[in-house]
Write a protein that binds this ligand. Sequence first.
Ligand code: NAD
Length: 507
Amino acid sequence: MTDTLDPTIDATKAEISRIRLRTQPFIDGQFRDAIGGRRYVTENPATGQPIIEVAEGGAADVDAAVTAARRAADDGRWSRRSPGDRKRILIRWADLIDGNARELGLIETIDAGKPVIDTVDLDMPETASCIRWHAEAVDKLYGQVAPSPEGTVATITQEPCGVVGAVIPWNYPAQMAAWKLGPALATGNTVVIKPASMTSLSLLRIAELGAQAGLPDGVLNVVTGPGDVVGEAIGRHPDIDCVAFTGSTEVGRRFLTYAAESNLKRVLLELGGKSPQIVFGDAGDVGRIAANVAEAIFWNMGENCSAGSRLIVHRSRKESLLEAIQAELANWPVGDPLDPGTRIGALISRGHMERVLEYIAIGRAEGARVVTGGRRILEESGGWFVPPTVFDGVRNDMRIAREEIFGPVLSVIEFDTDDEAVALANDTPYGLAASLYTQNLNTAHRVARDLKAGVVGVNAYSEGDMTTPFGGYKLSGFGGHDKSVLAHGQYTETKTIWIQLEPAGQP
Ligand code: NAD
């Protein structure tokens, strides 16, 4: 894969070599070195080779970014602009992201191992459309007038929280940033955001485009560096009013501690999952279901919080569905993420690949049977590739059915009765997403209601779209939602203004 004969990939590599990568924190409208002067290497997961050195920020850089964000919040350079003005700037920013989607997508592909067809054609357009959607909504949201007694007027309005901290994961670096930045900036906050240390490059370029679009200095600040330093400094900072985190449940918990031990900042957590896909005996066309099931677990190499990692299938449908899934794998080629034919690229790092392979070994040791996949491939590339892996004969109490693997590994679990299917689906500490397949309207409604998950897809794998909230039950989320107008409320404070009117005739 390092030496390819494919002229398209060679041309793409030449194109990438001409991109000027931004590698410094972006604070108060400028790129600047980390205060400690340290740098670390970011690698290409598809080759294991270094891409470039990125500045390793620390607590002092977070402090500088928060100072700039606080100044910008307090002087109202953003919050007191009219919603229409903010909208115009944010839409200009979204347009610039669209206009630079190819460059941004290529950056994302080399930094995160994601297929170029996903990064260029999906992630970047969705990043832009998320920012645009929240921008467009912001001058259409009204406050309220309360039914207060005669002689009084009471208004209920939303005000920006102030300074928002955001800490995001590596699986959708640009999109996860946009899910926070869109609503937080549209509602008038200033932001200090930390990308995952392995995938900082796209967000730095997106921040630069924000400045080009007209975001005032200090409104958007990006600090790169390790989670346990930069992330913790954001979580504990006394001058951050609200923190929005997407990542693992384990790290998410820490943000509650950070907030409790600092200034009780508002904490919004989007966390992990172990999402079920239920296929009932009366489900429709097996080929269509197999396509959805494969998308649910193999999209983004399974590095997806809402991955449908447990296939809970009626005993009568299992064999035909397993066959259809294996046939469907022809549509999921694994390979160089720069190849437009690739649908499954590299896992994010050697460490993560080893974790996924360890889970596969655990599944075998627990007695589940590998139907397909199950080992590292394309080793000669130097990258971290694991093909679609399907385990049959899984019990829901096995570790591969309970713990988030975050890789392309599907566990197949059989059931006999509808009640058993729902019980299996809900028997998990997580509750992010679920899907169900049936042709019976009653089953669809009843089970969708009974599933303890924030997003339920019926006869499709779906996270909804920008108009629908995304967030989890149980260990999958806390305090809020991404997307939709619900995301606006969580970045605002509610203010009541109670006005006592003087009686008529008083001066
Ligand atoms: P992670 O929790 O390891 O890291 C997430 C972010 O937290 C990174 O920026 C990281 O640097 C930072 N971090 C790490 N340790 C920290 C600490 N001690 N204090 C403060 N910050 C710290 O998660 P990840 O491996 O980057 O991403 C995978 C996880 O994210 C999975 O569990 C996945 O399900 C979850 N995820 C959830 C959603 C959602 O919307 N629910 C979306 C995408 C990913």
